[in-house]
Structures are given as C-alpha cells and as structure tokens.
Design a protein around this ligand. Sequence first.
Ligand SMILES: Cc1cc2nc3c(=O)[nH]c(=O)nc-3n(C[C@H](O)[C@H](O)[C@H](O)COP(=O)(O)O)c2cc1C
Length: 323
Amino acid sequence: MFVIGNIVVPNRVVAAPLAGVTDRAGREMARLFGCGLVYTEMISDMGLVYKQQRTLEMAEVAGESGLVAVQLFGSKPQAMAKAARMLNKMGAQLIDINMGCPTPKIVRNGEGAALMKDPALTRDLLRAVIDAVQVPVTVKLRKGWDENSINYMEIALLAEAEGVKAVALHPRTRQEFFSGYSDWNAIKNLKAHLNIPVIGNGDIWCAADALRMIEQTGCDAVMIGRGAMGNPFIYREAVALLEKGQALPDPTLAERYQAAQLHLDLVIQYKGERVAVREMRKHFAWYCKGLRGATRVRTAINQAVSRDELLAALASITIQADN
Ligand SMILES: Cc1cc2nc3c(=O)[nH]c(=O)nc-3n(C[C@H](O)[C@H](O)[C@H](O)COP(=O)(O)O)c2cc1C
C-alpha cells in the first residue's frame, strides 16, 4: 500500500502508461492480474480541447473498477489546464503529466521529454494544471534530456514544491530512448530527496526484478511497462512477491492461452471484432514470445482476420510447445 495525495493505492505494483497497450482492455487486464494502479495511454491536451472523438474515447475512464491515472501530454499551460479540468469532470482519479516521451514528433512540439529542458515552463504548466483540478497530479520523468543535462532531481523537487503528489522516474535520458539500462541509482537518489512517493520504473522483467528495485532504491512502488506486454502474469507475480513474499510458479501454457483469449475478448467488447483482431495481432505475438515455434506462428497471427483465426494460431503453438 502507498498513498498519493488523498488516494490509497492498495499495493505497490503499477502498470506503466503504454501507448497502444494500456487502453481500456489493457487496463482491465492489468487490474485482473492484480495491479494497484493503472495508467492510461498518453492523451493529447489539444485532442481533448478540440473534442476529437478518438481522444475523448481514449480518455474515457468512468466506470472502471480500480484506480486509473489518466496521462496527459502537451506543452501549453492553459491548454493543459483546460484538458485536465475536462479529465477531472470525466472521472479521472489522478492526472499524470507526461515528461518522458522521447518520440521525435512529440519532442519537436516541446512536449514529453522536451519539457525537461524548460524548468520555468514546467513550473507554469504544473501550477496551471494543479490549480485547475481537484484530484492529485503526478508526473512521469526521464533522467534528463541527454548525458549533459541530467536534471530529474531539479524537476522533481520543483514538481513537489508546486504540489505534485507523486513522481514516476524512468531513469534513462531522452537521447537514450530505450537503449542501455535504467539507472536505478537515480531512483534511489530521488527517493532520498523527496517526501512524496517515488515510483521506480525501467527494466523490470520479472517479479524478482520488482523486489530488487524496491530493495535497492527504497522506492514506494514499481511501475512495469514492457515486461507486462504479452505477460500480465508479471503483475500478480510481483504483487505476490512484494506483498506476501510468495514466489508464484510460471503460468502454464493453458493459462497463457486463457489470458490472451480474455484480452482479445475484452478488446472485442470495446472496439468490435474487426478492430480488435487488427490491434491484437501484436499482443498475440507477445503472448507467444519465448515459446517454441513462435516465429512460425507469427505469420499466421499476422494474417488472422477473425477471433477464431487468431485463437487457432495461438492454440497451435501452445499445443506444439506442450510436446
Ligand atoms: C510501446 C510503448 C508505449 C509507451 N507509451 C508511453 C506513454 O504513453 N506514456 C509514457 O509516459 N510512457 C510510455 N512508454 C514508456 C513506459 O511507460 C516506460 O517508462 C518504459 O517502457 C520503461 O519501463 P519498462 O522498462 O518497464 O518498459 C511507452 C513504452 C513503450 C514500450
């Protein structure tokens, strides 16, 4: 358990914001597998302000059963404040500001990780958003823009002073994108200097990594991203290990199949079969990762045009891997 502002998060396992992954179905999967807090995909402030249909759908969290942080990206304080107010009205329980996205088309607009280059603008932006809403505001940072401008500490202290209620840190620089390693020492350093919760992120690939991050850094919670793609089991394994000291056995092939099927059916429920099948091909490839015959089955997955074809492709590999 840890606390963000007035919100009690029931355990220390957090699902990272992942564009194209933590949609409504992805969030439901994360919750079913035990996550205490789940982030949405990054959502455009301008998309909200201009009421673009797709953005409004992405921001729809009302009625979800657990805690959801809605993540906003943008760079203009007034637009961000307006968007945050809309999110607050739409039922967001927490609002997170994206300060880590490294994608060229985002940073070119001064958004995502580019905000870290401008502490004065960051202060104005956070102040405007915090003033605009009644729910806790959090930020997700990288280590800095590049090796010569490591300023996560400055930005986090500034954020805390402005009233931000938790900081998630993915300690790579923007220039590193996903190369090299997440520098967990930075998480430890941040934890030593902040009073608000620090959520550690980066390179958690199994439950033991989650425990190791908590032990090495003292962070309040762990945030899992890529390690959960095609592997929601990591959430419940991390919860069991962190909260009860239990090491769960690896999922069976049947459990993998069932999880993928459940995930597919949730996406079908929210988006219809045609869109779901197209979107779930990548997930099915992830669900197969590491299983014998995965490469061969990937072609069948990529050509599947119906629920049945996707499931048949997955069944062929789970049965084959059983032999
Ligand atoms: C496919 C993908 C999409 C992502 N989308 C977002 C996003 O929308 N917002 C964000 O703050 N970070 C995003 N990230 C970064 C992750 O939240 C996380 O910080 C990063 O992957 C490091 O954690 P990991 O090693 O557990 O994956 C994304 C990462 C990936 C791989």
